[in-house]
Design a protein around this ligand. Structure first.
Ligand SMILES: *Cc1c(COP(=O)(O)O)cnc(C)c1O
Length: 430
């Protein structure tokens, strides 16, 4: 293992504001499914905290990060930017590869960046309990920890296939004090319907979202939280890209290519949107690449249209690239990428050809995930291996063409709670 170079910021350099791309980018409105009219912040308030509803529609370019949230970011931020010299050497490429290491958060992924903000705005409003869904369990872990910090009760609907495959993630949520249900469950009307239709369903994020929303609106002083897709989640995640910009400057480099794996778009959006701000201002050009799973290819195979964010049709209609809200993705190990649609902001960017998308199959993911662990020392989350795979493809293309490019990708999480997946790979089951 070759020594890597890390670029570190001080606590004082944690961003003080979120960057709001809606100031610089026009997107289509969320629609009320009953009236087909554009939604307003008020329409969302039965489901989400007021502060978050306001952010969903905000158009100011920068929004202050509350002190209480920024203080909690200090537990793990700023996160390191790493020059992946070991990986470069193994690939024998003239390309320079950098990654933003979001795996250093206490829950092991970028999800805490939004979880802390969401818990804060709920607490501020006097909400007592939160509900949510989770796929692989990263969002559930993050919001469970954030809820505990702000003294809120937490109930998590975890997609059944992950609940069964990843018992330790469930245990992490329980350790932080959350109640975890396998979804679909018998605790909601929606869950009972899904079970009646198919008692053996592996579950989907869309089903779990339906359950969590139903629970939130049918209990007093309870609100729902969501770990990706929505505009306010992209907003909170821009701390990642703002830090990365400064760190790339410290490294004396400007990325040519910016890559992130793609579930609903939050870790990729969080990294790329602050860079995009300068491109939209006409200052520079980047090749932005979203890495999705072949097992759930909404960006490369889906269509751009209005669709629901959940299976039961309880969310607003979102203008998105979608495979249909009843799509049941393959039971891939990268549970965080098993979502049928892409957020409105990221969908608009794909439609406008500001970014492009590539799909990667599981086998290639674990090949490069293993290579990354052996050269950089970090075992990446199965989700993050999709981004690494694209970085590796681009670096090898540089080698073929004898060109040097600077590549930046988001290491959205580590895989230490996904070792069953690695084990299956080593046993030739993937
Ligand atoms: C949730 C998750 C993802 C996918 O969600 P996005 O909103 O697209 O970022 C990717 N990587 C990790 C580690 C995750 O936890």
């Amino acid at each position: 293992m070759k020594a890597t170079k890390r670029f570190l910021l001080t606590e004082r350099e944690i961003p003080t504001q979120y960057y709001n791309v809606l100031h610089d980018l026009k997107i289509m409105p969320l629609l009320n499914p009953a009236t087909k009219q554009p939604m307003t912040p008020k329409d969302l308030e039965p489901i989400f905290a007021e502060g978050l509803c306001k952010q969903e529609f905000a158009t100011e370019q920068f929004i202050d990060i509350p002190d209480e949230v920024r203080d909690l970011y200090k537990i793990y931020r700023p996160t390191p930017l790493v020059h992946a010299t070991g990986l470069e050497k193994a690939l024998d490429t003239p390309a320079k590869i950098f990654f933003k290491n979001e795996s250093v958060s206490p829950v092991g992924s970028h999800k805490l960046n939004s979880a802390l903000a969401q818990a804060y705005y709920n607490k501020k409003q006097g909400v007592k309990s939160l509900t949510t869904e989770t796929g692989a369990g990263q969002w559930g872990s993050a919001i469970a920890l954030a809820a505990k910090h702000f003294g809120l009760n937490m109930e998590v609907y975890m997609v059944r296939v992950s609940y069964d495959q990843k018992p330790y993630r469930k245990c992490v949520m329980q350790t932080y004090g959350a109640t975890v249900h396998s979804s679909p469950s018998n605790t909601t009307e929606a869950g009972r319907k899904f079970l009646a239709a198919d008692p053996d369903t592996p579950g989907t994020l869309g089903m779990a979202i339906s359950e969590a929303i139903e629970r939130a609106v049918s209990q007093p002083e309870t609100k729902y939280t969501l770990g990706s897709v929505l505009n306010f989640v992209m907003l909170h995640q821009t701390v990642v890209g703002q830090e990365a910009e400064k760190q790339m400057e410290m490294a004396g480099e400007k990325p040519d290519i910016v890559i992130g794996c793609f579930g609903g778009g939050s870790n990729f959006g969080g990294l790329m949107l602050p860079f995009l701000r300068h491109q939209l201002a006409g200052e520079c050009n980047y090749d932005f690449i979203a890495a999705e799973s072949t097992g759930c290819p909404k960006l490369t195979q889906g269509t751009f249209r209005y669709d629901f964010g959940d299976s039961a049709g309880m969310t607003p209609l979102i203008p998105m690239y979608t495979l249909g809200n009843d799509y049941v993705p393959a039971p891939i190990h990268a549970g965080g990428l098993r979502y049928h649609g892409a957020g409105a902001i990221m969908s608009q960017l794909l439609k406008d050809k500001v970014m492009r998308a590539v799909d990667i199959d599981q086998h290639e993911c674990f090949d490069v995930g293993t290579l990354f662990a052996r050269t950089e020392g970090i075992i990446p989350a199965p989700e993050s291996t999709h981004a690494i795979a694209v970085a590796v493809r681009e670096a090898l293309k540089c080698k073929e063409e004898g060109k040097s490019k600077t590549i930046l990708f988001n290491l959205s999480g580590h895989g230490l709670l996904d070792l069953q997946a690695y084990s299956d790979y080593f046993e030739g089951k993937i």
